[in-house]
Design a protein around this ligand. Structure first.
Ligand SMILES: [Mn+2]
Length: 347
């Protein structure tokens, strides 16, 4: 395993110097953030990012994310130019030493939570998804400010993109994903960059928009769309794992044994009785996932890809980007290190 940490660039209150002080830290997971989805990333921006990360003594090998333009997901005729740009970004990132690109194929909304600062019994704050809060949200009324979702959509443009998704079925979304992969995976193979799709978070339809990377049958289908090791997964335990329908130990075991997991997001979630969930500390007993069992199957399958602690709570008075503070993610990293070292030494 190569331990990594997400960093949002020079505006991130968590600095590279903070991150380098976490034991066993290998690489930084970041992106060029000032380019709209679908556009080219300049070689200069990529080189500057690489230089900044490497001068802090860390590796620059993972990008999260190169966003996929909505026209690609919608299968519009205009998609081809965005796909050509995507291919060129893969080539440029490969030349700069990037070996893994995380992306997702969720329509309109990325990860969805209903509250970002829920106070847990221990006084920490966490991101939560409460079904009753979600039912009161309507993205089309304009009242919605979806926590954590910073988008350039106006009310009108959001209504327009919803109308476009109304015209496509889940099968259309699958076909649009298949087409995208058939175009980019040969480029990824040539550039030696492993593509790693992030599952839908949460793994069910939101606001009537389809979601397809949600469960074992669909991940199986996804991997077969283009059956190449370069068409792989970011296995996010907290995303697929926020429903009991997904057995995370089984899924991590199965897909790591197949060599199709390139990037692990390790995070714990507490599933509530009504299907809502709260993000929790990484420690297994704090949530519904057995993190030791997950790390153990990775170890047994000889996993040598990237692992990062995913969202953390806000603890010790820290303020900052929800889910992406320093302290709880550093605790998560140390917990992962402890499990891994134990597995190595005790086999
Ligand atoms: Mn994740």
């Amino acid at each position: 395993m190569k331990l990594s940490f997400r960093w949002y660039g020079s505006d991130d209150p968590v600095t590279l110097n903070h991150i380098r002080q976490i034991p066993n830290m290998h690489s930084i997971v970041t992106a060029v953030y000032d380019v709209p989805p679908g556009e080219l990333w300049s070689r200069d921006s990529i080189a500057a990012l690489k230089q900044e990360v490497e001068s802090a003594g860390l590796h620059f090998e993972v990008i999260e994310s190169v966003p996929v333009h909505e026209d690609i997901k919608l299968g519009k005729p205009s998609r081809q130019q965005y796909i050509e740009n995507y291919k060129e970004n893969i080539r440029r990132l490969g030349e700069a030493g990037i070996r893994c690109i995380c992306y997702n194929f969720m329509p309109v909304f990325d990860w969805t939570r209903t509250q970002l600062d829920k106070e847990l019994p221990d006084g920490s704050n966490a991101l939560v998804y409460y079904k009753e809060q979600l039912e009161k949200m309507d993205p089309l009324t304009g009242e919605l400010s979806l926590p954590g979702w910073d988008s350039s959509y106006t009310k009108e443009s959001l209504a327009a993109v919803f109308a476009e998704y109304n015209k496509i079925t889940e099968e259309d979304l699958w076909e649009n994903l298949r087409y995208f992969l058939s175009e980019i995976i040969p480029v990824a193979e040539e550039a030696d960059v492993k593509m790693a799709i992030h599952p839908d978070d949460p793994p069910w339809p939101i606001f009537g928009l389809p979601r397809i990377i949600t469960c074992e049958a669909n991940v199986d289908r996804f991997l077969k769309l283009v059956d190449s090791p370069y068409n792989g997964l970011t296995l996010c335990t907290g995303s697929l794992g926020c429903t009991k329908a997904n057995d995370m130990v089984h899924l991590v075991d199965k897909y790591s044994a197949m060599g199709r997991i390139h990037f692990m997001h390790v995070r714990n979630v507490k599933i509530l009785d009504d299907g809502s969930f709260e993000e929790s500390a990484h420690f297994s007993a704090c949530g519904s996932l057995d993190i030791v069992a997950i790390m153990k199957v990775l170890y047994q399958n000889g996993f040598d890809g990237y692992v990062r602690p995913d969202h953390g709570r806000m603890i010790w008075g820290e303020t900052g980007k929800p889910g992406y503070g320093l302290f709880d993610r550093a605790l998560g990293a140390s917990y992962i290190n402890g499990i891994w070292e134990t597995l190595q030494k005790l086999g």
